[in-house]
Ligand binder design. Structure first.
Ligand code: BES
Ligand code: MN
Ligand code: ZN
Length: 495
C-alpha cells in the first residue's frame, strides 16, 4: 500500500473517500465542521438523525455529500475527546482500516491529525497510521488454495497534515513506518508458517536470501558439526532428538565504521517445541510453531535496518532447532556442558529455550558487542505475570533496560521490567551440576532470566520474554510481529 502526505482543503479536494473524525457526543472535527459548512449543514443533519454519535468503533459511509468534490465521506467515531490516548488512537485507525475495506474506494484521504492525542505530534500520528494500516491489511494466505475474495482493495492512503512545515517530519515517519512494517510482515510470515515448512534450514535459507545482493549484510550458517567444534553442548542437547539439523545463523550488518561496536540481537528459533521427553500436553500444541518468533523478530528488525540504511553496526544471532522426543533425545537428569564451560543438569527438557540461548550468548562475545539483547518466547509464566500487553524485560544494565522501555513507549510496543535479583538465583541450584535448567514453580520468567544471566557477564545485556506478545490465540490466531517495531526504534535511537 502507498502512503502520502498532503495539506489540502477538504472542500476542494478530489478524492474517492474523505475521512473525518467524529467524537462523542456528535462532535465534528475541525475538518468536519468545514465540510459541514460547505454542504450547508447536511453532515450535522445526518449525524443528528442518530446514525452516528462518535462512539469508538462506529463508522458511517456517506455518498454524494453536496458542496464538496470527494465521492464519499467516511465518518470515524473516536470516543470522547478526553479519553483519546495512544491505544485509542491506534484502535481508531484499525476501525478506519476495517471501514475502508468494506467500501469500494481504492484511494482515500484521511484527516487523522484532527484526532487529539495528548503529548503526541503529527509525526507520531503519521507513523502509527502507517504501522496500523499495514498491520490490518496483512494477510497470510500463501497456503490457502483460494485467497479471500476482497473487494477492490485500498491502494493509496493520503494523510492530511496541518501545514507545509509538517511535511519533512511526516515523510521520514512514512519512510520508517514502511520499512518497519515490511520487517513486521517478514516476521509474521515466518511465525505463521507451520513447522513442517519453517524448519531451521528454512530459516537459514530466508536469512541467506535477505543478505543476497546487500553489500552491507553478510550471513554465515554454522552446522551441527561446527557447533560441536565450538563445544556448544547445551544447544546440541536440544537438537539431539530432531531429524531436522540445527543451525546457528549469524547476520552481520555493517552500516557504521568497521571498528564501531555492534548491537547484537539474539533470537530464540525453536521451530517447534513439543517439550521433548518432558512432553507438553496436547491442547493448543500447534501454537508451539510460534516458538521461533524471537528469531523472526531478529530477521524482521535487520531487514528494516537494511531498508533504512542506518549508520550502525548490527549483528543478529539465531540459534534454531526443533525440540522433539526421540530415542536419541536428551532425558531429564542428563547433564551437558555449555560452550562457556559451565555444566547444566537438564531437569526438564521443555525448558529448552534457555539451553539454546546460553550457547548463542556465549558465542556473542566474539563480536565485542556494545550491548546484547535476546528475544525469546521463553516462559508460559510470563503470560501469567503480565498477560499479553507488554513483553517482559530483565537484564544486567539499568540504562540499557531504560532505553529499551523508552523505545517501546515511543512506538507503542511496550515492555515491563521484572526484577533480576540475586535471591532468585538460589532456585537454580543443582545437586549434580553447576546449575539446573529450571527453578521450580515460583517466578518462572525471572528464574529463566537468571539462568541466562550466568552467560552474559561480559557485556551489557537485556532479555525480552515475548511469550505473551509474539502471537495471538483464538479467532485471530497468528503472529503479531512484535517486538520488531520496538527493536527497530531502539536501534534508530542509537544512531
Ligand atoms: N516455548 C515455551 C514457552 C511458552 C509456553 C511460550 C507457552 C508461550 C506459551 C518454553 O520452551 C517452555 O516450554 N517453557 C516452560 C518452562 C518450564 C518447563 C520451566 C514453561 O513455560 O512451561
Ligand atoms: Mn519448551
Ligand atoms: Zn520453547
Amino acid at each position: 500500500m502507498e502512503f502520502n502526505l498532503k495539506t489540502s482543503h477538504p472542500v476542494k479536494l478530489r478524492s474517492a473517500c474523505l475521512i473525518i473524525a467524529v467524537s462523542e457526543p456528535r462532535k465534528l472535527s475541525t475538518t468536519g465542521q468545514i465540510v459541514d459548512k460547505a454542504s450547508k449543514g447536511s453532515l450535522l443533519k445526518i449525524i443528528r438523525r442518530g446514525d452516528m454519535d462518535g462512539r469508538s468503533g462506529q463508522s458511517l459511509l456517506l455518498h454524494n455529500l453536496p458542496g464538496i468534490r470527494a465521492d464519499r465521506v467516511l465518518l470515524i467515531g473516536c470516543g470522547k475527546d478526553g479519553d483519546m490516548n495512544e491505544t485509542a488512537f491506534i484502535k481508531t485507525i484499525g476501525n478506519m482500516s476495517a471501514a475502508l475495506e468494506n467500501c469500494g474506494a481504492s484511494e482515500a484521504h484521511a484527516y487523522i491529525t484532527d484526532i487529539p492525542v495528548k503529548g503526541r505530534d503529527v509525526r507520531w500520528k503519521v507513523q502509527q497510521t502507517v504501522l496500523k494500516m499495514s498491520h490490518c491489511q496483512y494477510r497470510f494466505e500463501q497456503l490457502k488454495s483460494n485467497s479471500s475474495d476482497k473487494k477492490k482493495a485500498l491502494r493509496k492512503l493520503t494523510m492530511n497534515v496541518p501545514g507545509k512545515r509538517d511535511l519533512a517530519a511526516g515523510e521520514s515517519a512514512i519512510e520508517q513506518g514502511i520499512a518497519i512494517s515490511a520487517g513486521i510482515s517478514i516476521a509474521r510470515d515466518l511465525g505463521n508458517l507451520p513447522s513442517n515448512i519453517c524448519t531451521p534450514s528454512y530459516i537459514a535459507k530466508q536469512a541467506t536470501a535477505l543478505a543476497k545482493g546487500q553489500k552491507k549484510l553478510k550471513v554465515t550458517v554454522l552446522e551441527e558439526a561446527d557447533m560441536r567444534k565450538l563445544k556448544m553442548g547445551s544447544l546440541l542437547s536440544v537438537s539431539a532428538g530432531s531429524r531436522q539439523p540445527a543451525k546457528l545463523i549469524t547476520l552481520q550488518y555493517q552500516g557504521g565504521n568497521k571498528k564501531d561496536q555492534p548491537v547484537v540481537l539474539v533470537g530464540k528459533g525453536v521451530t517447534f517445541d513439543t517439550g521433548g521427553i518432558s512432553l507438553k500436553p496436547g491442547a493448543a500444541m500447534d501454537e508451539m510453531k510460534f516458538d521461533m518468533c524471537g528469531a523472526a523478530s531478529v530477521i524482521g528488525t535487520i531487514s528494516a535496518v537494511v531498508a533504512m540504511n542506518l549508520p550502525i553496526n548490527l549483528v543478529g544471532i539465531i540459534p534454531t532447532t526443533e525440540n522433539m522426543p526421540d530415542g536419541l533425545a536428551t532425558k531429564p537428569g542428563d547433564i551437558v556442558t555449555s560452550m562457556s564451560g559451565q555444566t547444566i543438569e537438564i531437569l526438564n527438557t521443555d525448558a529448552e529455550g534457555r539451553l539454546i540461548l546460553c550457547d548463542a550468548l556465549t558465542y556473542a562475545e566474539k563480536f565485542k558487542p556494545r550491548c546484547v539483547i535476546d528475544i525469546a518466547t521463553l516462559t508460559g509464566a510470563c503470560i501469567v505475570a503480565l498477560g499479553k500487553i507488554p513483553s517482559a524485560v530483565l537484564g544486567n544494565h539499568p540504562a540499557l533496560i531504560k532505553d529499551l522501555i523508552q523505545s517501546g513507549n515511543q512506538i507503542e510496543d511496550r515492555l515491563w521490567e521484572l526484577p533480576l535479583w540475586d535471591e532468585y538465583q538460589e532456585q537454580l541450584k543443582s545437586n549434580f551440576a553447576d546449575m539446573a535448567n529450571i527453578g521450580g514453580r515460583d517466578a518462572g520468567t525471572i528464574t529463566a532470566a537468571c539462568f541466562l544471566s550466568r552467560f552474559t557477564k561480559k557485556y551489557k545485556w537485556a532479555h525480552l520474554d515475548i511469550a505473551g506478545t509474539a502471537w495471538k490465540s483464538g479467532e485471530a490466531k497468528g503472529s503479531t510481529g512484535r517486538p520488531v517495531s520496538l527493536l527497530t526504534q531502539f536501534i534508530i535511537n542509537q544512531t
